[in-house]
Design a binder for this molecule. Structure first.
Ligand code: ACO
Length: 434
């Protein structure tokens, strides 16, 4: 663990039964404070209980800054709005993994790495053949990313060429993502092309087919590529969320980067986390089937038997700044491209009613990023079961950066304790006597 002595600003006292213990108070650069309770058990004999770890951290991190109350998000100090408006996804990916914005020469070199490492070993193609047609692309992706460790085993966090290591993983995961879609359709895979950019390649690998060539250079598809590049920026990192914590938990056992990223993919799959963008589209489709009765779903959500997918956020209690930027992208897409998607009207109706409804206003439940990105992906022609895969592509630089930071900090293995609520000691009964 990084030395915390530099950030101690005071002491907290805790009385437990007849014992009084003192713990250092640590302060981050944002002024927020935390109590270091690493010695709580040693000093008092008790442990801390924090359901969902919502008040707990074991991390000192300098990657993303989130102020949920005021709707602020920064990566490595840069406002998400500036990165969204002025940077490309590859610049942001470089920023995340290396800690600084690239120079022109560095970003060109990073692009070369992305291109050079875009292919996957031909032997890995056999693995795709082993999955059933119905396999969820997230299942394929998680398995294939773990498999990468057997083909490209050499990874260390302090490698002087970590940019290349990161670019290799980012590029290959993109290729695997497109291949997993082709597999689910039973179509032949399309190889990456050196002349295309990272995002152009992805769209081309997704949509080009032998009988219907995809013109990535067309005006419409260039708009799609630009929009996708921006969405990926919005997803690049987000503090110690569930999937990032999964990456770090596995990484803390010194498992390799691929295994750690694969754990992140599995965590992101959940509908309360990255799976929400898929859940948004499924919910909108259900509303449509139900005669577009938006009100019924809003009222159902109030009974708590059902949650409106794409609304609310564990941290943002004003507005998710990424959602505001994603909404700009949706507006741009609808203005510039012909969108023939009936779910849009339902989504707009739902958004309007929720924002005017006291139940949601009182609970500070606003549309989150997944609400808009789900709809945008649908408009780009990306199938519903690929939506969480898209989130993986965006979040990958953040996971890699967080893994690297963790390794550099010499972290202890994550090993939470428990408050045991099971039975006391029970005498064992032989099988024949039960
Ligand atoms: N629809 C209806 N009611 C909701 C919703 C929702 N989407 N979200 C929260 N609420 C209600 C709860 O029932 C609760 O009501 P109560 O105070 O009367 O009991 C109140 O709002 C607070 O709910 P919590 O569960 O405490 O809120 P929390 O901040 O822990 O949850 C979460 C955040 C998990 C994102 C939640 O809002 C949710 O389930 N949203 C839908 C799923 C979703 O869109 N997830 C994507 C998150 S963004 C991301 O991962 C990138």
């Amino acid at each position: 663990m990084k030395d915390t002595s530099q950030i101690i600003v005071g002491k907290a006292k805790l009385e437990v039964a007849d014992k009084t213990a003192e713990f250092p108070i640590l302060q981050g650069t944002d002024g927020k404070m935390g109590i270091d309770i690493a010695n709580l058990r040693a000093q008092t004999g008790v442990i801390a209980f924090d359901n969902g770890f919502n008040n707990t951290t074991s991390t000192l991190s300098g990657i993303s800054f989130i102020d949920g109350e005021n709707g602020i998000l920064r990566y490595r100090g840069y406002a998400i709005e500036d990165l969204f408006n002025y940077a490309s996804f590859r610049e942001v990916a470089y920023l995340m993994v290396s800690g600084k914005l690239p120079t022109l020469r560095e970003v060109k070199q990073f692009s070369v790495y992305l291109t050079e490492h875009s292919m996957i070993d031909e032997d890995m193609h056999h693995f795709f053949a082993g999955f059933p047609r119905t396999a969820h692309p997230m299942a394929i992706l998680a398995a294939m990313v773990t498999s990468l460790s057997s083909f490209y085993p050499e990874i260390t966090h302090d490698d002087s060429n970590f940019d290349e290591i990161a670019a290799r993983l980012i590029s290959k995961v993109r290729t695997i993502a497109a291949y997993s879609y082709k597999k689910s359709r039973g179509y032949p895979v399309v190889y990456p092309q050196a002349k295309l950019s990272y995002v152009e390649n992805f769209l081309n690998m997704m949509f080009d087919t032998p009988n219907s060539p995809y013109d990535i250079k067309s005006e419409e598809h260039q708009i799609h590529a630009k929009i996708l590049d921006k969405i990926l920026i919005l997803h690049a990192d987000h503090g110690q969320n569930c999937s990032t914590t999964a990456v770090k938990l596995v990484g803390s056992a010194r498992a390799n980067l691929y295994a750690a990223v694969s754990a992140g993919i599995c965590a992101l799959w959940g509908p309360l986390h990255g799976g929400a963008n898929q859940a948004v589209i499924e919910m909108l489709e259900n509303i449509k089937k139900d005669g577009a009765n938006v009100n019924k779903y809003i009222e159902d959500a109030k009974t708590k038997n059902f949650r409106l997918m794409g609304f609310g956020h564990a941290l943002y209690k004003s507005y998710d700044p990424r959602a505001a930027l994603a909404k700009e992208l949706l507006d741009e897409l609808t203005q510039k491209c012909k969108i023939n998607e009936p779910l849009f009207e339902i989504a707009q109706d739902l958004e309007r009613r929720v924002l005017a409804d006291d139940y949601f206003i009182e609970r500070k439940l606003y549309p989150n990023i997944d609400f808009y990105t789900g709809i945008i992906y649908k408009a780009l022609g990306i199938p519903t079961n690929m939506l969480t895969v898209m989130f993986v592509l965006g979040r990958l630089p953040g996971w890699i950066a967080q893994w690297r930071e963790l390794m550099g900090n010499g972290i202890k293995i994550f090993r939470p304790r428990q408050i045991y609520t099971g039975p006391g000691a029970i005498e064992y009964v032989q099988l024949e006597d039960r």
